[in-house]
Design a protein around this ligand. Structure first.
Ligand SMILES: NC(=O)c1ccc[n+]([C@@H]2O[C@H](COP(=O)([O-])OP(=O)(O)OC[C@H]3O[C@@H](n4cnc5c(N)ncnc54)[C@H](OP(=O)(O)O)[C@@H]3O)[C@@H](O)[C@H]2O)c1
Length: 302
């Protein structure tokens, strides 16, 4: 299969790239998969004609994995048009192209499609109600995709993504923890972290699965993150514990740390559907955090 991965320089794109290059078991079908990774230089999702031009000048793909997105949650409040173009209109265009090419589309979405007011973990069919521009544009992308592709697509909603790459909460804490003696971290926003390598593994598992390879497989939404529920405060404490950084963490409430974009209070997601339907095993958040942080810290490269 020819598999296109967008967002090659992002956390998830780079994590898929790492696994594809190291996991020789990915292809269980004897035929070899060809992965093509593209960044905004080759395929600029903010530009409709760049997207058409890219697909017009390349052979068809069997699978498109869309890891690219406008992910600057606070900046999106000001750059609404750009966020909407990348997270909504470009996804609609990709879905149209995938349908035309008879390609499968795997698209990544977010827990921020929910308002965070539920007291129990969200299931895939729960009512969405995003409270910031980023969440609204991601939801519009999901809806446009589903309207154009009732079959042959998969949407994975994930949360609190971190990795060895790019900017994320874990790397920020490791940096600040070495610079300061104490830090204030929000303790009233609850969720589950996701190690990008684990999500990358799930995507590769999905591609191998019989369900996904079926012709006209009904489009599905799945929730995926690591196992467990924590606040950012607990997350920060564990990061310092694993990295053996002596930095005191003080819990604060959201009002004490105002941000341009509102954050949902509790975006825990129920992951039973992906576990049952696709037989996906989930790592606990501490084990995954260790897998990311320990090698980094030992090399002292964070
Ligand atoms: N990060 C999180 O906490 C989080 C939480 C929930 C869901 N998600 C979703 O998970 C997916 C992967 O996120 P991530 O953490 O890997 O994000 P990321 O590290 O911010 O990577 C996003 C990638 O998208 C690319 N991109 C942005 N605008 C583009 C454009 N106009 N044209 C082409 N590429 C463009 C960026 O390119 P450059 O490198 O050139 O900037 C970047 O490589 C996204 O769909 C995101 O919405 C993320």
């Amino acid at each position: 299969m020819r598999i296109l991965v967008t967002g090659k320089n992002g956390q998830l794109g780079r994590s898929i790239h790492k696994l594809v290059n190291t996991d020789s078991k990915i292809d269980n079908n004897q035929s070899s998969n060809e992965f093509i990774f593209v960044g905004r230089e080759e395929l600029d999702l903010s530009n409709e004609s760049s997207i058409s031009h890219y697909f017009d000048s390349n052979d068809r793909f069997d699978v498109i994995i869309n890891c690219a997105a406008y992910t600057a949650v606070d900046k999106a409040e000001e750059e609404q048009e750009l966020a909407n173009q990348v997270n909504h209109l470009a996804v609609k265009q990709l879905a149209g192209i995938a349908k035309e090419q008879k390609a499968k589309l795997i698209h990544i979405s977010t827990d921020y499609v929910f308002d965070g007011e539920s007291d129990k973990p969200y299931i895939e069919t729960d009512t969405t109600n995003p409270i910031n521009v980023y969440g609204k544009t991601k939801l519009a992308g999901e809806k446009a995709l589903q309207a154009l592709m009732p079959a042959n697509a998969i949407i994975i909603r994930t949360s609190w993504v971190y990795s060895e790459y790019g900017n994320n909460f874990v790397k920020t804490m490791l940096r600040l923890g070495k610079e300061r003696n104490e830090l204030n971290v929000v303790s009233d926003q609850i969720g589950s972290p996701t190690y990008a390598t684990d999500l990358a593994g799930v995507i590769l598992e999905i591609i191998k699965s019989k369900e996904f390879r079926e012709e006209n497989q009904t489009t599905q939404i799945y929730h995926y993150s690591n196992k467990g529920e924590i606040s950012w405060y607990e997350f920060a404490k564990e990061i310092f514990k694993i990295a053996k950084i002596d930095c005191k963490v003080n819990p604060i409430i959201t009002q004490q740390y105002p941000t341009p974009a509102k954050r949902p209070r509790n975006t825990l997601m129920n992951k039973d559907k992906v576990a049952k339907q696709l037989d996906i095993a989930m790592r606990g958040w501490i084990n995954s955090l260790r897998a990311c942080v320990e090698p980094f810290y030992q090399k002292k490269s964070c």
